[in-house]
Ligand binder design. Structure first.
Ligand code: DUC
Ligand code: ZN
Ligand code: ZN
Length: 474
């Protein structure tokens, strides 16, 4: 073999299965050798016993997704993937969202235009199916799955996106027939609307009432219904952004029946509570308005337990970037508005891995291997990108994170998204990526090294997750 382009020396390599010391040899963007005492490369990085994990795969993030005016996402594929890279994520999977009345193919074409030439790390697309017409079900969706769009999100809430049960069954049947992964946003829309109207009638419209309009019951009911619909169709599903005990119990129940129900959770359910939406009527809490809303400390522990025992398959950011102090962000038209009108979502693409590494791995709540599985390997498997993505192995892309373990206080000014706040402002972290490599190129080493267009579109294959299993904890 001709000379290696890069050797990362003396790395403590962590995969979902093992941790071992090795040199990592890279050529033409891929890992080509793993072992001790590799020959010199054109470039050398001495990792000197530092932990090296696969680049993160953020399988749930929203970038430049078209919104109803005046809302606008602050991050496009340039700033969003910049932020991802600086936080150790080297593959992102945002959503090509079908508007009602729009063809799914038109939504995909539009989303390609938004991404083209802008991304600093590789990307794939999930679809959002909001209008499952016969044309979409019988022609567009099967064709798109064949072409590498092998996952789609189904919403049970939000007027412009939600499907009714019959539509969900139709879409799930397509997933079954064509081997796609269906991701479900499980909240009961009618319950939310009923509660919202009652809160509004009582003058309770401050951001904190967002959490009261979406109690765990509405998530529990929808989670159970989604599981039942999937059971009827006999198809695996993945419940996204699970927030707490009641939805977790439904998923545990489904697993006990042998149903293939996978689950995702996100940093906001570990590090925020409903109190972050406000304890009085101030508008500050609009920053943390997301759906489902964060719960309480006890529910945070339920989420930690599920991350540890295998209940959760994937840990994503659900990065949904809206500025706080901007008329196209959390203050639509420049005003402090009733919670119903606050764009839902919080930024988190850059902080996802450091938060979980700090409070999971270094705080002794999660093993390093489980961290890798949740943040890289399983998302790559669920969406048909493994083993090219999500692991460190001969033949995989040289997407690597070399970790620095040191304590510091998080400040939004140090982040690289285009959002004017982080919900985690002031949190003490114990680690941050020292170096992020994407396809063997340094994208982050304390400074960001931009190359818009470095990131390429990835066509996804079939999901390859092993059957859903929860470890029995004695
Ligand atoms: N909820 C979603 O379902 N998507 C984006 C952000 C949010 O809060
Ligand atoms: Zn959602
Ligand atoms: Zn989302």
């Amino acid at each position: 073999m001709s000379e290696l382009d890069l050797v990362v020396r003396r790395a403590l390599v962590a995969t979902a299965a093992d941790t071992f010391e090795a040199d990592i040899g890279v050529k033409e963007g891929r890992v080509v050798l793993l072992g001790r005492g590799l020959p010199a490369g054109l470039r050398e990085i001495d990792a000197a016993g530092r932990v090296v994990t696969p680049g993160g795969v953020d399988a749930h993030c929203h970038l430049d997704q078209p919104m109803e005016a005046p809302a606008r996402m602050a991050d496009d594929f340039d700033t969003g993937t910049r932020s991802a890279a600086c936080g150790g994520t080297t593959t992102v999977i945002p959503f090509a969202a079908q508007a009602k009345g729009q063809s799914l193919r038109a939504a995909v074409a539009d989303y390609h235009r938004r991404a083209e030439g802008k991304a600093h790390v590789d990307y794939a697309f999930h679809l959002i199916v909001s209008d499952p017409t016969p044309q979409v079900l019988h022609d567009e969706l099967p064709g798109l799955i064949r072409e590498g769009y092998t996952s789609f999100k189904i919403y049970m809430t939000y007027d412009d996106l939600k499907l009714d049960d019959g539509q969900m069954l139709d879409v799930l049947a397509v997933a079954r027939q064509h081997g796609a992964m269906a991701m479900i946003h499980a909240e009961n829309a009618d319950c939310i609307e009923w509660l919202t109207k009652r809160l509004e009638a009582a003058g309770r419209t401050a951001p904190r009432f967002h959490a009261q309009a979406r109690p765990m019951l509405v998530e529990r009911e929808a989670t159970h219904r989604a599981i039942s619909l999937a059971e009827l169709v006999d198809v695996p599903i993945l419940i996204v952004h699970v927030s707490g005990r009641e939805a977790v119990e439904q998923i545990r129940w489904a697993r006990a029946q042998g149903l293939q129900v996978f689950a995702e959770t996100c940093p906001q359910y570990l590090f925020l509570t409903a109190a972050d939406l406000g304890i009085d009527d101030s508008y500050h809490g609009a920053r943390c308005v997301c759906s489902p809303p964060p719960r309480d400390k006890r529910n945070q522990q339920v989420i930690w337990d599920g991350l540890n025992d295998g209940l959760f398959t994937i840990f994503s950011s659900d990065h949904a970037p809206f500025k706080f102090d901007a008329p196209d962000g959390k203050k639509p038209g420049g005003a402090e508005v009733p919670f119903r009108h606050i764009p839902n979502g919080i930024p988190g693409i850059e902080t996802r891995l450091p938060l979980l590494y700090s409070e999971g791995v270094l705080a002794g709540r999660l093993t390093l291997n489980r961290f890798v599985e949740l943040t890289a390997t399983n998302p790559a498997k669920a969406y048909g990108l493994h083993p090219r993505k999500g692991t460190i192995a001969v033949g995989s892309d040289a997407d690597l994170v070399i970790w620095n373990e040191r304590e510091f206080v998080l400040d939004n000014a140090a982040l690289h998204h285009a959002v004017d706040y982080t919900p985690y402002q002031g949190q003490t972290l114990r680690a941050w990526p020292g170096i992020t490599l994407a396809g063997g190129e340094v994208v982050w080493d304390g400074s960001f090294h931009p190359r818009a267009g470095r990131g390429m579109f990835l066509a996804c294959g079939a999901p390859s997750l092993s059957p859903a299993r929860t470890r029995v904890v004695p």
